[in-house]
Design a protein. Structure first.
Lengths: 513, 174
């Protein structure tokens, strides 16, 4: 059918033919699946006891199925790029066809995990930017050669530019030059321990081990090493044990965050191509390359964790429509700069937006004193409530004595945190950007282009209304979808919304009497 | 242009006025009936725990049952009519505007030019009372506007009007 159509309407483009994914995937995808399943496999293998326990067979069967799935995917997958859309067909029993219209493509993302790199392949992810549709709007070509990936990226991203120019004008311009916005200095690795990511890694690792141990009915006491350690430290007093444990955990977290930083952000660079596309590349073992059409850039966000603020560090993220802010692997998507000196974060933010100065550095209007009272009350009352619960627990012999004392001791810190959270609050309009800031443990300052705002939400709880406060949310198709101006004065928030987007909320306002 | 236009820059205090249209009066019994099952399930569990075991738990469970009954009665008596007073909506030539909530309240504004979809939804309880919920989405994951408790006819008319208005206004949906 398609042959006929092409014959009937001869076009300049070649008739699109269905292409296969690279044949080396037959090696790569089983490798990937086995490595992914390695931890449960090894654990089950050693914990299973007898040589032919059902657990071993079950896990081996699982791995075999995973391998079969990878091979089937390669064998059945075909893709093609027509003038209008990108199509991918795959599946043996459950045949799927996914088509993405080319004018809806927002991002083209090239990733190479280390298994890919062994054989010189890359995975290409094509995103369309329906924000709330999860993975369903993504089309993934896993995997094709690096050269093919680059070719497709250029083809798919420049399509928009070529269709807007009416005639195929003479392309005599020099080869697209890339200007570098930033490159991570390896000395910035020293900021890694301040990101809290190490603590997250330790928590995740602990969670995973705990989960497996539970699944396999392993008790810590059954493992010789754990028992030896526990016996050794068990005799020490808790006053020595707790600080000791904290030091060990901090040490592990520091090492984990430094290793993580080196693995993820070695060779991190952001460049701008002549077409205006921002190109973010990073990774030591798994390289990642993210392209962001400049037209999709709606703003920037600078994040500073509390420890990072102590050393004048920060991270910068791009607020981009059509780039999901997912978890883990996906999270790096709009990253403009990992933990680095905060001045560098502001610099790359300004360069990405093509502004002389990063709008997130603009002086902010503070929020009313009532907001301070609210922050303090919330912080202190919640810790005191925990202390009371812990005290009741102690009275009922469920919790040891020191827990409620601990919460009581934490109260001044909570009060300081509440004060700091208030100090962070602020908003302003500068040069066409809405700027808002909040948070203490993670302070986030976002600058959102006013023309990227597609609606408003004004939220007021009972206590906020009594205090004359409201939380204004600017909704947008980019980034997190909504950016909060927390606990501003009701009147202040509404006037701000009216300033940011003229002729929208004014029709719903009235003077207070 | 609808509404009272206020020059914000010249005033010290402004607030959002209530949207023009109330929702259906039938929303009051609808919210009452919809809130019932949750309380009933909770009470049944509490009563079963009290009655079934040979060695029933102490007086605290009786207290819990009494507290549950009191909370349920207050919630069922107060929430539906309070919600009815708060929930309002309006469509102007340029925007959709909703007000919702009861203890916590929220106002949402979306320009017509940014609307992507207009959906109607009717759950079992809504069908019982001939009501419908209209959801207006924009390209933002954080921005859908919900109008609960509309009469079915009103909802249908609203969807038609909004669809027509959206098609008429050329806009970048993102």
């Amino acid at each position: 059918m398609s042959e006929l159509e092409v014959a009937a309407a001869p076009s300049l483009n070649e008739p699109p033919e269905w292409l296969r994914l690279n044949g080396l995937m037959v090696i790569v995808s089983p490798l990937k699946e086995v490595v992914r399943a390695a931890v449960p496999l090894v654990v089950v293998f050693f914990a299973g006891g007898g040589a032919h326990s059902w657990g071993q067979w079950l896990s081996l069967l699982g791995v075999a199925l995973l391998i079969a799935r990878g091979v089937t995917h390669w064998a059945t997958a075909r893709y093609r790029i027509t003038d209008d859309q990108v199509e991918l067909r795959s599946g043996l029993f459950n045949r799927k066809t996914r088509a993405v219209p080319r004018d809806r493509i927002r991002t083209v993302d090239i990733t190479s995990e280390w298994q890919h790199r062994l054989v010189g392949l890359s995975a290409l992810k094509i995103g369309t930017g329906r924000q709330d549709k999860g993975k369903d709007d993504e089309l993934v070509l896993d995997a094709i050669t690096k050269a093919e990936a680059e070719r497709l990226r250029t083809l798919l991203l420049t399509k928009v530019a070529t269709t807007t120019s009416t005639a195929p004008s003479v392309v005599d311009e020099p080869a697209p030059a890339e200007t570098e916005l930033v490159r991570v200095d390896r000395r910035w690795t020293r900021y890694a321990p301040f990101t809290l990511s190490g603590i997250a890694v330790v928590a995740a690792a602990f969670g995973t081990v705990w989960h497996f141990a539970n699944d396999l009915h392993l008790r810590p006491d059954d493992i010789t090493i754990v028992r030896t350690v526990m016996d050794a430290v068990g005799t020490e007093s808790p006053w020595l044990l707790i600080p000791g444990a904290i030091v060990v955990l901090l040490l592990i977290a520091t090492i984990a965050s430094v290793v993580g930083y080196i693995l993820s952000y070695w060779n991190f660079s952001v460049t701008r191509e002549a077409s205006g596309t921002l190109h973010i590349r990073h990774g030591l073992l798994n390289t990642r390359s993210v392209s962001i059409e400049e037209a999709r850039l709606r703003g920037v966000e600078v994040k500073e964790t509390l420890p990072l603020r102590l050393v004048q560090g920060g991270r910068a993220t791009a607020v981009v429509s059509g780039l999901r802010t997912g978890r883990g692997d996906e999270r790096g998507g709009g990253l403009l700069l990992p933990a680095a000196p905060v001045a560098e974060a502001h610099l790359v933010a300004a360069k990405a937006l093509r502004e002389p100065k990063d709008p997130t550095t603009a002086p902010l209007t503070p929020h009313p004193r009532a907001a301070l009272r609210r922050r303090l009350t919330r912080a202190v009352v919640s810790v005191l409530a925990l202390a009371v619960v812990a005290w009741i627990g102690y009275q009922l012999d469920i919790l040891p004595f020191w827990v409620w004392i601990l919460f009581l001791v934490l109260t001044p810190f909570a009060a300081w945190l509440g004060y700091d959270r208030y100090r962070s609050l602020g908003h302003t309009l500068t040069n066409g950007y809405l700027v808002t800031r909040s948070g203490s443990l993670v302070r986030e300052t976002v600058a959102l282009r006013s023309d990227g705002i597609i609606g408003w939400r004004v939220h007021a709880s009972y206590f906020q209304r009594r205090a004359g406060l409201a939380t204004l949310v600017a909704t947008t198709a980019a980034g997190r979808g909504g950016y909060h101006v927390t606990d501003a004065g009701m009147s202040q928030a509404l006037a701000f919304a009216d300033d940011a987007v003229p002729d929208l909320v004014a029709q719903f306002l009235e003077r207070t009497t | 242009m609808h509404g009272l236009l206020v020059d914000v820059s010249e005033t010290t205090g402004v607030r959002l006025r209530a949207p023009r249209h109330p929702i259906s009066k039938k929303a009051i019994p609808y919210w009452t009936v919809r809130a019932l099952p949750g309380w009933i399930v909770l009470l049944v569990i509490e009563v079963l725990v009290k009655v079934l075991p040979d060695d029933p738990p102490g007086a605290w469970l009786t207290v819990a049952i009494v507290v549950t009954v009191v909370l349920a009665l207050v919630h069922l008596a107060v929430m539906p009519s309070w919600r009815y007073r708060v929930h309002r909506w309006e469509v102007t030539p340029t925007a959709v505007y909703t007000q919702s909530g009861w203890i916590d309240q929220e106002w949402r504004v979306a320009p017509l030019s940014r609307i992507q979809t207009v959906d109607t939804e009717r759950g079992p309880f809504e069908q019982m009372f001939g009501l419908a919920k209209v959801t207006v989405t924009t390209a933002s994951a954080a921005g859908p506007l919900h109008i609960h408790g509309l009469d079915l006819d009103v909802a249908r008319q609203l969807v038609d009007d909004l669809t027509a208005a959206t098609e008429a206004s050329e806009g970048d949906a993102t």
